[in-house]
Design a protein around this ligand. Structure first.
Ligand code: ATP
Length: 315
């Protein structure tokens, strides 16, 4: 094959707890991540020369070396120089559907797709865990984006324990196009305000991370109970983002008045999602949100939870 088209799904956080500092400067986290059907499409096509050329017509997405998809290609070329010499460079085309800088892991998912696609194009035969290890070097969310489905993520978010997958749970997603939140900035603010509450000794950190495995959210997921899942949503970063961004708070408050099962900001925001009881309710909630917020800057999506990570289009 000389080309592949890959589906790169977004993720939401059903649970995000910040439990302490790590020696590497990152936060120690306990999260539950969930793939959704909203996805970017990444087309990879072999070139006759040794260059990686990025194409994306979305104004908020860089097409230079700062794009995480480009970094993924460079990483593969560096790790597998013989395959790179044999197969050469690539045209990488990103068709962007996932809102940018939204807490939905758009960039991470694009990078994950490039790793999976190059593995296929260069016949490397890497395992899921080998791909995950490479992905973790690019970003904490990349290993989950490769795996997909529903998973507990600890450490920086790169240590994964898959859970039984959830399907046919519909969600509405809201994000102001022009409102971007830096993930690093959100965690920095949290450290400044709540750093004094962090667990400090290694044993307590490990115990808290382990506790998520037997926590209420995992029980709800094992029961595949959307009502319970929606009740147990949790995101520590809301404590710093909601007071700073009244627009995000307003979206969340409005969702919660619409008879939905539950609502929460995803990751570092500013996207907010609402878990709905049915597809019909999700469509209705989207309509009501649009009437309430006619501002075209607000992007609204109906999507649903998915069990798939990066996959080849049509498979
Ligand atoms: P995460 O949830 O992993 O923190 P996010 O959804 O908050 O990610 P992204 O959509 O990945 O954020 O974008 C964060 C920033 O990264 C953007 O401001 C953009 O300039 C840059 N970026 C680099 N590569 C990409 C990419 N492939 N897609 C989108 N943004 C990218």
């Amino acid at each position: 094959m000389h080309s592949y088209s890959l589906i790169a799904p977004a993720k939401i956080n059903l649970y995000l707890e910040i439990i302490g500092n790590r020696p590497d400067g990152f936060h120690e986290l306990a999260m539950i991540l969930q793939s959704i059907e909203l996805a970017d499409i990444i087309d990879l096509e072999m070139r006759d020369d040794k260059s990686f050329l990025l194409h994306c017509d979305h104004t908020q997405v860089p097409v230079d070396g700062s794009n995480l998809a480009y970094k993924a290609a460079e990483l593969m070329a560096g790790e597998f120089p013989e395959a790179f010499a044999k197969y050469g460079g690539l045209d990488i085309t990103i068709s962007k559907n996932i809102p940018v800088a939204a807490g939905l892991a758009g960039g991470s998912s694009n990078a994950a797709a490039v790793l999976v696609g190059i593995d296929l194009l260069w016949n490397l035969g890497l395992t899921q865990s080998e791909l995950g290890e490479l992905g973790a070097r690019l970003g904490s969310d990349v290993p989950f984006c490769i795996l997909g489905g529903t998973a507990i993520a600890t450490g920086r978010g790169e240590q994964l324990a898959p859970l039984p997958y959830l399907e046919d749970i519909y969600i509405v997603l809201a994000k102001y196009r022009s409102l971007e939140v830096s993930t690093a900035g959100a965690y920095k603010s949290y450290r400044q305000e709540y750093g004094h509450t962090y667990l400090r000794d290694t044993e307590s950190l490990a115990a808290r991370a382990a506790a998520v495995h037997s926590g209420e959210m995992v029980k709800a997921i094992l029961q595949k109970n959307p009502q319970e899942i929606a009740q147990k949503l949790h995101n520590d970063l809301e404590k710093v983002i909601l007071p700073t961004y009244p627009q995000v708070r307003e979206l969340r408050e409005t969702f919660s008045q619409m008879g939905i099962l539950g609502t929460m900001m995803s990751g570092s925001g500013p996207s907010v999602f609402a878990i709905c009881a049915s597809k019909t309710q999700a469509e209705e909630v989207k309509l009501q949100m649009r009437n309430r917020f006619p501002n075209p800057d607000l992007e609204l999506f109906v999507t649903k939870m998915s069990h798939r990570g990066i996959h080849v289009d049509g498979q």
